[in-house]
Write a protein that binds this ligand. Sequence first.
Ligand code: FEC
Length: 309
Amino acid sequence: VDNRVGVLVMSYGTPESLEGVEAYYTHIRRGHPPTAEQLEDLTSRYRSIVGGVFPLRENTNRQVKALQATLNELSGEGRFVCYQGLKHSSPFIEDGVAAMAADGIKEAVGIVLTPQYSSMSVGGYIKRAQEEAEKQGVAMTFVRHYHLHPELIDALAKRVSAGLDRFGEQRDEALVLFSAHSLPEKILELNDPYPEELLETSRAIAAAAKVGKWQFTWQSAGQTGQPWLGPDILETIDTLGREGARSLLVAPVGFVSDHLEVLYDIDLEARRFAEERGIRLERIAMLNDDPQYMRAMADSVLAALTGDK
Ligand code: FEC
């Protein structure tokens, strides 16, 4: 019997080339093309990031491969087959589900490359995958979150400790700023678990790394004319600067990869903003295909499969 299990590994997606930025941006804006000015602004952000124009694509590829290897180490070679499904670029979530079905996979688990659940992020990924799975006749279950998995917390705590070490004699004065992508404030009316799950992750890391001073802040809010969750990281840095902070370590706990929202929003924009206020800003290394992160996800996939969530 064919007992192979498909794993749909879902991630945000990034353009394939500079020519692809417009289509990508239009997809994020639910079919509304950006103005020439908005397009130029985004394109120039991609051009300016260190580490390549679209590092997210290569990082996602590596994460999918590493997760498959980890799952098969735990469960026997060939048991799990991982497929990629991206939210805003090709291969789209639907393409990933269709690819599984074409390979004859009947049972699958979906997981998103972000640890915390929100109806607007993970909930959206799951909805699209579920709809396509029903069409394709694939029975799917989902990992909704893994934001407190001990391997994830330990991997992040080690990165926070290593990040704080970079401050040398100022280590004890440094404040850790946990951050995540903001969402429109209207999620609060839906009792969305996102803000609380992010705080839970932050608290667990702070306890494990014995962090004295920390705060949570939002980052990368969109400009939609609607209010987004705040305070934004720039506002937080400004306030902390006025209060005398001189050493900040940013730990983006809602992201797991080196990509635009980290390499531009933190490393270029927030760092420059902090430096203008006499503050030294450092950032923890992202997880990417860290083996502990892979174990956290593999474990969560196995638990979802056995219904042990
Ligand atoms: O490196 C890359 O190429 C992609 C980086 C990237 C990641 C990412 C993750 C999240 N987003 C989330 C929510 C929103 C909402 C809007 C929105 C808009 C953008 C734009 C770009 C972009 N996001 Fe993103 N996001 C990344 C990139 N995001 C580019 C459009 C221009 C801009 O605002 O900068 C607003 C859409 C709207 O108008 O309605 C909402 C959330 C995450 C983290 C969870 C996840 O990974 O899925 C939540 C990476």
